[in-house]
Design a binder for this molecule. Structure first.
Ligand SMILES: Cc1cc2nc3c(=O)[nH]c(=O)nc-3n(C[C@H](O)[C@H](O)[C@H](O)COP(=O)(O)OP(=O)(O)OC[C@H]3O[C@@H](n4cnc5c(N)ncnc54)[C@H](O)[C@@H]3O)c2cc1C
Length: 462
């Protein structure tokens, strides 16, 4: 009889997994994606403001790694790229160019940083002296990014450069995020040399020289990618149905779906858990308490997006700006969406809420729009009068990879090692970016598909 794979979670990870199962599993294998919300895509969600298409979640993906580029092409979609790429940094209330040649904000060229004016003279002098300031290379243990950088480069580098850039990706803080996960090339180089500036230079020099665009999307937005990948996977979709329990059964796995009052049982030969850490830990509780304990400690930052449609407004050149926490504003980043993508209209999108600042998301939509509008007016130095506004709240938006994250993921997967037909995938484990999620989902789908194939072949004596 043909096998049955259940993918729990219909975000980009689960969809990539569903597609990959097909490639590796025996012909005729059924795939069911169970998603608790009424739509697929998870944090990829294209919507509208003032009649203009706009991303309400993730906005773009890296095209310097192959995962999403190949996925999009495999489902027949072309790529589009930003029309402008340069971003600014707000420092002491003034917009400055984001220095070139940094490694996630860690300077490699003090002259280039000095030219932008983002650091005070004493911080630049310290950067220049750092390679000659004796020290010891980083030890084997993972530490927070800030714990490496603050003692060597000073607070200004962390607060004005590294924190805003890390915040743009993780909505987290340099003092809490894992160095090994967030800047692995720097971590590796810092284990060979005591100088952080030299380590950053070595890490950049070792990176392959790339040209062309860094980011991309697909025409019509990321929900088109989601829909095309879902269609190509040929899975059955169960939407608006949470998975509440996962247990071992005599022949494979048994899942309990739906509400507690009206539960439904679904049997599977293999399962991919492509959900955030808390639901994953709950579902693993019965199968592997050890894996559940490792996964369950992962914390998340929540973020809000305030998208504004403006009348014709003079915006600074570039794709947008980052705001260090030390500037004391509500907004942490602003993207000039229409300008960045060269599309019609005047749409800007501000993100609010860093890790530990959840209170800001409890403000009403009106209060958030007013706060963002006021911040924007202050930054632009001119009044701002939106013609339309849309607030999107993402609770549990971005996992906060604390030091030791890689070890925890290794231990969680090792605890599941005996279950070759159960895989963990997604932003909770292998990286928050869309490419990392696609890679993680593809690996999980391939793994369980191959396990089913191996099982089928040994059952047929091959
Ligand atoms: C505001 C925002 C902006 C971002 N911007 C970018 C960006 O520009 N570029 C980039 O590369 N990355 C970006 N990211 C990160 C990236 O979008 C996410 O990390 C990625 O989409 C996560 O995909 P996922 O499938 O692992 O998880 P999710 O998208 O969270 O999908 C998990 C799915 O599981 C479902 N689920 C949960 N529990 C259950 C259950 N018990 N039963 C059934 N279903 C369940 C959820 O409803 C959800 O649909 C952004 C994230 C956010 C929040």
């Amino acid at each position: 009889m043909a096998g049955h794979v259940v993918v729990v979670g219909g975000g980009v990870t689960g969809l990539a997994a569903a597609l990959a199962v097909r490639a590796g599993a025996p012909p005729g294998t059924r795939v069911t994606v169970v998603e608790q919300s009424p739509r697929i895509g998870g944090k990829l969600h294209t919507g509208e403001i003032a009649g203009l298409t706009t991303e309400l979640g993730a906005e773009t993906f890296l095209v310097r790694t192959p995962e999403v580029v190949e996925l999009a092409r495999s489902v027949g979609l072309e790529l589009v790229h930003p029309a402008v790429a340069s971003a600014s940094l707000l420092v002491d209330g003034a917009l400055r160019p984001l220095p070139a040649g940094t490694l996630l904000g860690v300077p490699t060229d003090p002259d280039a940083v000095e030219a932008t004016g983002v650091l005070p003279p004493e911080a630049i002098a310290r950067l220049r002296a750092e390679p000659d300031d004796p020290g010891v290379p980083l030890g084997e243990d993972d530490i927070a990014v800030g714990a490496l950088l603050r003692p060597r480069l000073g607070d200004a580098v962390v607060d004005r450069l590294v924190d805003p850039l890390l915040g743009g990706v993780y909505a987290g803080r340099a003092d809490a995020l894992s160095l090994d996960v967030t800047v692995p090339a720097l971590a590796a180089a810092a284990r060979r040399t005591f100088s952080v500036v030299r380590a950053a230079q070595a890490a950049r020099a070792a990176a392959p020289v790339a040209s062309g665009p860094v980011f991309g999307s697909v025409p019509g937005g990321l929900s088109r990618l989601v829909d095309a990948v879902a269609a190509a996977g040929g899975a059955e979709f169960r939407l608006g149905v949470p998975v509440r329990e996962l247990r071992r059964s005599a022949t494979g796995w048994r899942l309990v779906l739906g509400s507690a009052r009206d539960p439904e049982v679904l049997d599977a030969d293999a399962v991919v858990l492509a959900v955030p850490a808390s639901p994953a830990a709950r579902l693993l509780g019965d199968v592997s308490p050890a894996a559940a304990a490792e996964v369950g400690v992962l914390d998340y930052a929540s973020v809000g997006l305030v998208t504004l449609a403006l009348p014709e407004t003079a915006l600074p050149a570039g794709s947008g700006l980052l705001v260090p926490a030390t500037e004391g504003l509500t907004v942490k980043a602003v993207t000039f969406l229409s300008q960045k993508w060269g599309t019609t209209g005047h749409v800007v999108r501000a993100s609010v809420g860093r890790y530990g600042e959840e209170a800001v998301l409890q403000r009403s939509d009106e209060e958030l729009v007013a706060a963002v509008t006021a911040d924007l007016a202050r930054i632009l130095g001119a009044p701002v009068h939106p013609v339309d506004a849309r607030v999107t709240r993402w609770g549990g938006a971005l996992p906060q990879y604390a030091p030791g994250h890689l070890g925890r993921v290794r231990r969680a997967r090792a605890a599941l090692g005996e279950h070759r037909t159960l895989a963990l995938a997604g932003a909770a484990y292998d990286g928050v970016g869309i490419p990392a999620c696609v890679r993680s989902g593809t690996a999980a789908g391939t793994r369980v598909g191959q396990a089913l194939r191996a099982g089928a072949e040994s059952a047929h004596g091959r």
